[in-house]
Write a protein that binds this ligand. Structure first.
Ligand SMILES: NC(=O)c1ccc[n+]([C@@H]2O[C@H](COP(=O)([O-])OP(=O)(O)OC[C@H]3O[C@@H](n4cnc5c(N)ncnc54)[C@H](OP(=O)(O)O)[C@@H]3O)[C@@H](O)[C@H]2O)c1
Length: 219
């Protein structure tokens, strides 16, 4: 498949690019710097592009089978909600203009439900430093669900703790908004396995998924 990854030099995006390339896909790795993602072997072409510019996005995704986004909200201390919603509006407008059929999005964990009306980020012990980013991701998910005319998307939340680790290939996949039982962590590598599975299959259009450690591995 031809896969275009936005945010491909980042912690999450580089692992998605690496996983996709390792499966033999042709990967275009986009960031504003245009650097090649680290740790990637295989068919990867680094490209310069700004996801906030619909015409650049359209040119980059034209002919792609599927698009991946590991874009980030601003992390400069300002409220990231409106900027991230706007970034996704511009980005998906470019995806539509370029005619790519599907987009899979790296989301946040904070908006997963721990009780019927309670999100993880509503709990008093949710780390304050992550709350603005969690709320920004929640706002993006709301905006995706509010507009049925958007190009097809799938939104995949990692477990609350995610970082570089081991690729075990073992994880649990949740479908819907509920935090999986005892979900605490996932390596970025195993998250990328689940993410590329969805890139390949397109099995969950317009759905929210989550990825967490298995009870056995505890990764
Ligand atoms: N548990 C959780 O909920 C959890 C944990 C970790 C991460 N995440 C989410 O995962 C996503 C990725 O995080 P990360 O830590 O991998 O981020 P990161 O390491 O900072 O990487 C961000 C990537 O996006 C690119 N980028 C930023 N703005 C762009 C734009 N306008 N156009 C094109 N590329 C752009 C960056 O490259 P350039 O700067 O060169 O453009 C870089 O490649 C974030 O949305 C984050 O909130 C969630």
């Amino acid at each position: 498949m031809d896969i275009v990854v936005f945010g491909a030099t980042g912690m999450m995006g580089s692992r998605i690019a690496a996983e996709a390339a390792s499966r033999g896909h042709n990967v275009t790795a986009v960031s504003r710097s245009g650097r090649a993602p680290e740790g990637v072997d295989g068919q990867v072409t680094a490209a310069v592009g700004d996801a906030s510019d619909p015409s650049q996005v359209a040119d980059l995704v034209r002919g792609a089978d599927v698009v991946a986004s590991a874009l980030v909200p601003p992390r400069d201390g300002t409220d990231p909600r409106a900027p991230l919603v706007q970034l996704y509006a511009d980005f998906l407008s470019g995806v539509r203009a370029g005619g790519a059929p599907r987009t899979v999005i790296v989301g946040g964990a904070g908006s997963l439900l721990v009780a019927p009306d309670t999100r993880l980020c509503d709990l008093p012990d949710f780390p304050a430093m992550y709350k603005p980013e969690a709320l920004a991701h929640a706002a993006v998910l709301d905006s995706l669900r509010a507009d049925p005319t958007l190009p097809t998307w799938t939104y995949i939340s990692p477990a609350p703790e995610v970082g570089p680790g081991e690729r075990t290939g073992a994880f649990r996949l949740g479908i819907g908004d509920e935090l999986l039982p005892d979900a605490s962590s996932i390596s970025a590598e195993d998250y990328a396995v689940a993410f590329v599975d969805e890139l390949e299959s397109g099995a969950h259009p317009r759905e929210r998924l989550s990825v967490a450690q298995t009870a056995q591995t505890g990764n």
